[in-house]
Design a protein around this ligand. Structure first.
Ligand SMILES: [Zn+2]
Ligand SMILES: [Zn+2]
Length: 267
């Protein structure tokens, strides 16, 4: 049985790749036919919550009006994150949520290209130069079950497009954590305590790190990783995700004109 499944999964994947080549391009969120690769249909485009300025200088929580440069949101003031800055392309809702879930659980890894394009837009100021792209690791059991680490896939696409050097194993997840959906802030922090380890301190010492993940929720995982990376001598730890949960109101929704304002990165 194990052999059959091991054979079927790659076959299924290559069959999907062939289908994707032959059939007309589809909206990455709802799969309606669209007029070009990696384009959302107009309905899904309207659902996307683009996270732009003005926002918290640290965590990127959108503000409903400009409060001046360097302004922090209340949660960052009360409990400063261990990372220097976090940015995400979209609010974790609507079409962005659909894309992320089918990427992660629907065996549609090709969506990494589109996701990375939007991440590069949101994190333009954080990418390039000598930055080291470090994906948030999965525990080996989860990796074995899912077959891939979604964060590593995104980091790999970004590195392939020249946005930074890839250090896919800089962090290890040494303890399996529980699925954190439904957990509060404190429970999430406890859940990831002691879960990560820096594999090679020499790799991160003195480096500017950009932690890559698919989604930022409370920031507990990013915080735990940033604390370790700083202890290992990283000079800066920033975070870039495809989506993030927007905690409180004032979200700034700016829709670029439909027609796929985002051009794919050169690669
Ligand atoms: Zn759609
Ligand atoms: Zn903040």
């Amino acid at each position: 049985m194990r052999v059959t499944i091991a054979l079927l999964v790659p076959l299924q994947r290559s069959a999907q790749a062939v289908i994707d080549l032959v059939l007309p391009p589809r909206c990455p969120a709802c799969r309606a036919i669209v007029d070009g690769d990696d384009r959302f249909c107009s309905g899904c485009w309207q659902q996307l919550v683009f996270l732009t300025t003005p926002c918290c200088a640290c965590c990127g929580t959108p503000f409903d009006h400009d409060r001046g440069p360097g302004t922090l949101c209340a949660p960052c003031l009360a409990d400063p994150p261990r990372f220097d800055m976090a940015r995400a392309a979209f609010g974790y809702e609507g079409a962005a949520r659909s894309v992320l879930l089918s990427f992660k659980h629907g065996d549609r890894q090709h969506l990494a290209r589109l996701m990375a394009t939007h991440m590069a837009r949101a994190g333009a100021d954080m990418l390039g130069g000598d930055v080291l792209l470090v994906p948030v690791p999965l525990h080996r059991w989860r990796l074995w079950r899912r077959g891939f680490n979604q964060a590593a896939l995104l980091a790999r696409v970004l590195a392939g497009r020249g946005h930074g050097a890839l250090a896919v194993d800089a962090l290890l997840r040494v303890r399996a954590t529980l699925a954190s959906a439904g957990m509060g802030r404190k429970a999430r922090a406890a859940n990831v305590r002691g879960a990560f380890k820096v594999r090679d301190r020499g790799l991160v010492r003195g480096r500017r790190i950009l932690l890559i993940d698919d989604v930022l929720t409370t920031g507990a995982t990013a915080n735990a990783c940033a604390r370790l990376l700083r202890r290992a001598g990283a000079v800066e730890v920033r975070v870039l995700t495809f989506a993030r949960v927007v905690r409180d109101g004032g979200s700034t929704i700016v829709h670029p004109p439909y027609g796929n304002g985002i051009e794919a990165d050169a690669h």
